[in-house]
Structures are given as C-alpha cells and as structure tokens.
Design a protein around this ligand. Structure first.
Ligand code: SF4
Length: 391
C-alpha cells in the first residue's frame, strides 16, 4: 500500500533526501488526495487479493467475495482488473523462477518494512517480498502511467530493500538485495540489484545523516524535480526565489534573440508555467475560504447557457413539430479510454484491434531529454506540402 503518512516515508524519500527541511515544512499542509492516488490504492488492494489467492492463502470463494466488494467502488473497472492480472502473472513468473532454485523461498505480500535504524520512525510497506537463499527481492507495483519509473538509484525502492534486508537478515544469510518496479500500464519492468553491503553503506552514509536533518527540520532548501511532489511547493519561498530568478533573463545586445536564447526561454517558460499553475490553484482555493490577496478579488466566472431540463425541452420541440433527428445530436461511440475501461484491455484488443488508428501527432517542441525520436523536419514539411497539393 502507498506509505504516504510517515514523516520520512519511502515514497517521499527522493524529496526529503534532496531537500531535508521539506519534511517538516510539509507538515503544515494537508495530504493531497488525488484520483490517481485513490486509483493506485484500489489497484494495490486488488493485486493483494489476486496474489494471496495464487499463493494459496485464500480460497476462490474468498477471492470472489473480496473482488466483488472492490467492484462496488466506482474506481474499479475491467481495464484495471486486466492490468492487475498482468502484474500478478509477472510477479508469479519471478516467484516461479525463484522457487525453481529454492523451493522453500519465503513469499510475503504487503509486508511492513522497518528501517528506523537509519530513518527516525522510518517504515514502509513492501508489495511483494521474496526471500530465497542469499537474496531478498522486493517488488513494487506502480499503477500510474504518466512516466515510466526506474528502479535504478531510486531511494524509495532502496528503502524497501533495506527494510526487507533488516527484517530477514537475522534468519537468512542475505548477500544480495534486488528491487523491482512493475508498472503494468506502461509495460515497464525495472530492476536494480545491489550487494547487501553496498546497500547498507548507502543507508549509513547517505540516508542516515539526511534523515536526521530532515527529522529535525534542518538543512538547506534545494529546488529540483522533487518539488513536484512537495505539499509546500505552492508557497515555498525557496521555490519562489528560484523561479523569480529564472524569470530574470539577461538578454544580449543584438536586437533579435539567438537560437540559444530562445531554447533557454522555452526551458524556463515550462518551469514557470507549472509554478504559476500551482500558485493560481492555491490562491483560488484560499480565496474560496475567505482569504484576500492584495489587488485581487473573487468573481463569478463566465458560464455557458444550458437546458434546464432536456426531457421537457425535447417534449416542447417535438410538440411544436420538430423531428427528433433534427433536434438531437447523432449518437456516437464513447471515447477510447472509457471504452477500454468498459471492455477491459483483452476484450478491447480482441474486438477493436484493427479498428483503432493513431493519427500522427501535431509537431510539439519538447526538451532534448524527451525519449521520443526527433521529427525529421524536412520530411514533415514535404508531407505538409503534399497534403496541401492533394487538397
Ligand atoms: S518546494 Fe522544493 S524547495 Fe520548497 S520545500 Fe518543497 S522540496 Fe524543498
């Protein structure tokens, strides 16, 4: 299960290790509950039941009963069931491989992992922990599909690995720790393996001192990618100073901007746009609670007219002689995302695989670090030219 409540929980480790004062600063902000987080929690519950059934811990009847309960939640859908079954199959492949060489491997689900020896009050939950011979393997389900998450150099995963090592190293001679992320919606599987000694050294030299600072609310503020997940990001002064510094641009003398300068402005604009969005959302939420901001006021936004009662409007129009096909919009299929949720991934592919196309996307400027291949602008211009002639 996501372990978001601990002050120094693994899910925030990248942030509190990079910016140690953020942990205490976040305390004055409420936990942000998003649909994505709720969906992730639901996916984890479903995964746990399927895995426990596969492991012979619960009966088919109990599995059906528990899944039926989950189905009552509006966040459940067939697509989620399919993805989580995929995930469970992958976990099972790992378990089978492990059992082939170590038949009495220990398999645990949703195990509480304690690493408070290194992080004050530090604990988390391992989705799957497999202990076999000289290795402990921790598997973490990520249900999100926004970005692929790597297990390499990932503090969250390493803390799970550390907790699993500490839990089982008394009884087993564990020499290696393997940490795996499975992200079924992106078909992403990422693994990092470390010698137990190396992991302990990381915990001692990197984690312990930073966790002590973070717990005390001390250290230097450090702005970076990790700010995206910080509850203080909207009003954090360090971030505001950093962003305002970004906005100050020293333009060189020539009257026209150079290509390098335009590239730099685009990069800064992207970061500033995210910050402006955060601040705007924050200010609106506070204004709705009665807070005033200098020079700003709350007003009613523009709205569009709509029928007060569709059925009565339709009755009035048909009574006046207007035919239904004239006054109604043509019915159309629901969107692909909703259709996938309705049918599930397998059925969707079975029925519609050849009937869905993906038109070419409009050219978009993105940072060079983006994984998509660069468009050949000469080809794109030629295609545009040919389309214009065809028309
Ligand atoms: S927004 Fe960034 S700099 Fe500010 S406290 Fe959070 S992590 Fe640190």
């Amino acid at each position: 299960m996501p372990d978001t409540h601990a002050l120094l929980g693994p899910s925030g480790a990248k942030r509190w290790m990079s910016c140690t004062p953020s942990a205490r600063l976040e305390e004055s902000f409420q936990e942000e509950s998003t649909d994505y987080a709720a969906e992730g929690t639901m996916a984890h519950k479903l995964a746990e039941q399927i895995l426990r059934y596969n492991n012979g811990e619960i009966s088919k009847k109990a599995l059906t009963g528990r899944i039926n309960k989950l189905k009552a939640d509006p966040l459940y859908n067939q697509e989620m069931q399919d993805y989580i079954e995929d995930y469970a199959n992958r976990v099972w492949e790992v378990i089978n491989e492990t059992k082939a060489s170590c038949p009495d491997a220990l398999i645990l689900f949703e195990q509480q992992l304690d690493f408070s020896e290194y992080v004050p009050e530090g604990y988390g939950t391992g989705d799957v922990v497999i202990v076999a011979d000289d290795m402990v393997n921790v598997i973490d389900l990520k249900y999100g599909k926004g970005v692929g998450v790597s297990a390499e150099d990932n503090p969250q995963l390493r803390l799970y690995g550390l907790g699993a090592y500490l839990e089982h190293s008394m009884l087993y001679d564990i020499r290696r720790v393997r940490m795996t992320i499975i992200q079924p919606r992106l078909e992403n599987i990422s693994t990092e393996e470390m010698a137990a000694e190396e992991l302990l050294d990381w915990a001692e030299t990197e984690v312990k001192p930073k966790a002590a600072l973070a717990y005390a609310g001390e250290g230097e503020f450090q702005v970076g990618d990790h700010c995206r997940f910080c509850r203080a990001r909207k009003t954090c002064r360090a971030k505001a100073n950093y962003n305002l510094e970004l906005a100050k641009y020293e333009f060189a003398d020539p009257p026209l901007l150079s290509e390098e300068e335009i590239g730099e402005v685009l990069r800064k604009a992207d970061e500033l746009a995210h910050w402006v969005k955060d601040i705007t959302e924050y200010a609106l939420a506070e204004a709705l609670k009665g807070q005033k901001f200098d020079g700003w006021k709350l007003v009613e936004g523009t709205s569009r007219r709509k029928y007060a009662d569709q059925d009565k409007a339709e009755a009035a129009l048909t009574a006046a002689g207007y035919a239904l096909e004239v006054i109604r919009k043509p019915t159309e299929l629901i969107g692909l995302t909703d259709m996938t949720k309705l049918l599930g991934k397998k059925k969707f592919e079975e029925l519609l695989a050849g009937l869905v196309i993906k038109p070419e996307g409009k050219p978009t400027l993105v940072p060079e670090s983006d994984k998509r291949p660069e468009l050949n602008t000469a080809d794109a211009a030629k295609a545009d030219f040919e389309t214009e002639i065809d028309e």
